[in-house]
Design a protein around this ligand. Structure first.
Ligand code: ZN
Length: 262
């Protein structure tokens, strides 16, 4: 029975490790998705900065055209100034000229403000393009990392599958099907009993069961149904050796001198 227990315990360890690797595999694509969405967001920002620049450009082209129209109008009015006959006409032309010149000034101020905005937009565009490049590099590296991890996991899984098959061959078929049934229900098929407790569900074990377990029997936990075993190597019998003096002695170190003095 002891050998069968050992095989089952090893089989459980293999299954647990396989499950852990499957979980790990699931988290890997998330890394790529995160890197991709960071890149997408930055590309959008870069495109928006580029659009803003283009809009400023066409705004200035339009302002240039308007300035030119006012200049041409002003030139026409100036040429008429020589041929005016009444003061009313002269005043009207004067009014048009002053309107044109104030419009030109307003439009040129707008152009100047647009140029200032362009300067800021160009800096933003340059920065976002640089960040797009960096994030694209990050995405490549993430893909590489994930591919490497997936390859490594696949190799580990292959080893575990071989180990699993080897172990299953050595376990009694009835016992194995009991293990499989419980594992399908509980996630694990076998649990260690420690300190009169099932380590699978943390429920207490009846004294009689505990005694039988200590005799090397394989029983089912009354609470969770998992196969229960007792491992003498993990039992508190190892305690008298006091393997960890740093931790174990700190409490006693205070008492020791007192005992020596008494
Ligand atoms: Zn249990």
């Amino acid at each position: 029975m002891q050998e069968q227990i050992e095989h089952l315990v090893k089989l459980q360890a293999v299954e647990t490790e396989r499950g852990r690797l499957i979980q790990q595999t699931r988290t890997l694509p998330v890394l790529i998705a995160e890197a991709q969405s960071a890149l997408d967001a930055m590309q959008k920002r870069s495109a928006a900065a580029s659009d803003a620049l283009n809009r400023e450009d066409s705004l200035r082209t339009k302002l240039d055209r308007e300035v030119e129209q006012h200049r041409q109008k002003a030139a026409r009015f100036k040429s008429q100034q020589d041929s005016v006959t009444t003061t009313a006409q002269a005043a009207a032309i004067e009014h048009e000229l002053s309107f044109a010149s104030s419009e030109i000034e307003r439009l040129e101020n707008e152009e100047f403000a647009s140029l200032e905005r362009t300067e800021a937009q160009e800096a933003a565009l340059a920065l976002s393009r640089k960040q797009v490049e960096e994030l694209a590099g990050t995405l490549d590296k993430t893909r590489e990392y994930v591919a490497g991890e997936q390859k490594q996991i696949a190799e580990q899984q292959a080893v575990l599958v071989a180990e699993r098959e080897q172990l299953r061959k050595q376990i009694d078929p009835d016992l194995l099907s009991r293990f499989d049934r419980i594992a399908a229900q509980r996630g694990s098929g076998i649990a260690r009993a420690d300190n009169q407790q099932c380590m699978g569900c943390r429920m207490g074990v009846r004294p009689q069961v505990w005694n039988q377990l200590r005799e090397g029997q394989l029983l089912n936990c009354d609470s969770c149904g998992r196969l229960l075993y007792w491992d003498p190597a993990m039992a508190p019998a190892a305690k008298p050796a006091q393997p960890d003096p740093d931790v174990a002695d700190t409490g006693r170190a205070i008492r020791k001198p007192r005992q020596a003095g008494a």
